[in-house]
Unconditional design. Structure first.
Length: 113
């Protein structure tokens, strides 16, 4: 059974940085696309960044220039480097693998002003 486990969340001041990790049990190669999503209280879950097996990336406009997604196949891991964090980045962050729509359990990111 495939599992995705996120880590790296926490409390940080505005302007700070965090790096999230998503470890895939088994072989990450099965996922042609990996993505990071976030969901703030009372809001829908939105795509933050995505990366394909070929390394192509896409970002939500709100995080362009501040966040970087990467994947390290040898470690079955996808990362989200988050810099210049803002209070509006506060949310639970989830990773997702496709095909199959596999989700992790989420990790909380809180940015204080």
């Amino acid at each position: 059974q495939v599992q995705l486990v996120e880590s790296g969340g926490g409390l940080v001041q505005a302007g700070g940085s965090l790096r999230l990790s998503c470890v895939v049990s088994g072989n990450i190669i099965r996922f042609s696309t990996m993505g990071w999503y976030r969901q703030a209280p009372g809001k829908q879950r939105d795509l933050v960044a995505g990366i394909t097996s070929g390394g192509s990336t896409n970002y939500a406009d709100s995080v362009k220039g501040r966040f970087t997604i990467s994947r390290e196949n040898a470690k079955n891991t996808v990362y989200l480097q988050m810099n210049s964090l803002k209070p509006e980045d506060t949310a639970v962050y989830y990773c997702k693998g496709n095909p199959g729509g596999y989700w992790g359990q989420g990790t909380q990111v809180t940015v204080s002003s």
